[in-house]
Write a protein that binds this ligand. Structure first.
Ligand SMILES: Nc1ncnc2c1ncn2[C@@H]1O[C@H](COP(=O)(O)OP(=O)(O)O)[C@@H](O)[C@H]1O
Ligand SMILES: O=C(O)[C@H](O)[C@@H](O)[C@H](O)[C@H](O)COP(=O)(O)O
Length: 188
């Protein structure tokens, strides 16, 4: 595999996770820019029906999410085959969702966590996004924090963007290359 620009090591894959409004997209973009990683926005992978459902104030079901999560894992596997490291903004609220995201190449998680009132205020101030602030309660109810056996770190979403990017990048530097399952072909 040929490493891409700014990619001295084998490809690595990061998912910035958290509830809607936690700052995933902002931090993931910042991290991608800082480290020269390929950025992915999970919102862009939702079929139109999922977007319409959320915009109408109805939380997605696990069945709604499954094909979406599989498409995200396939995108990561494709970039991996190209030798590109990635960072994706994806809610990844439940362990079973993260298991689907981990189905191909290994994935490291950066969970942006913090008080609901801070997130609620951010959602109330955010414009031009399909996700209604009222869905935050369902997202918080669904959220399963990273378990000790999941490769990841929890960062305080109240920190400013530069700090969060530095914290995430510093943590990534401490992570050894993850062992890959024998015969890994990127999940296809
Ligand atoms: N660290 C931060 N500090 C202050 N505001 C932030 C921070 N990160 C994101 N925001 C703002 O909060 C809102 C939600 O961020 P966004 O990245 O869209 O969250 P998500 O992708 O998790 O839904 C946006 O308006 C964004 O500009
Ligand atoms: O699984 C879900 O319920 C959705 O994917 C949701 O978690 C996601 O957060 C929305 O796409 C809103 O987009 P933002 O998270 O960017 O607000």
């Amino acid at each position: 595999m040929t490493p891409g620009a700014g990619d001295p090591m084998p490809p690595r894959h990061v998912v910035v996770m958290g509830v809607s409004g936690s700052g995933k997209s902002t931090v993931a973009r910042g991290l991608a820019d800082a480290l020269g990683l390929t950025f992915g926005e999970a919102d862009d992978f939702h079929p139109a029906e999922n977007i319409a459902r959320m915009a109408a104030g109805t939380p997605l079901t696990d069945a709604d999410r499954r094909p979406w999560l599989l498409a995200l894992a396939a995108w990561t596997a494709d970039r991996d085959r190209e030798g590109r490291s990635t960072v994706m903004a994806c809610s990844a609220l439940r362990r079973r969702y993260r298991d689907l995201l981990r189905a191909g190449p290994p994935v490291l998680f950066v969970h942006l966590d913090g008080p609901a009132d801070v997130v609620q205020a951010r959602l109330a101030a955010r414009t031009g996004h399909f996700m209604p602030p009222a869905l935050l309660a369902s997202q918080l109810a669904l959220l399963e924090p990273l378990a000790p056996d999941e490769a990841g770190v929890v960062l305080d979403l109240r920190h400013d963007l530069d700090s969060l990017v530095h914290e995430a990048a510093a943590w990534l530097m401490t992570q050894p290359a993850t062992e890959r399952p024998a015969g890994l072909d990127g999940g296809s």
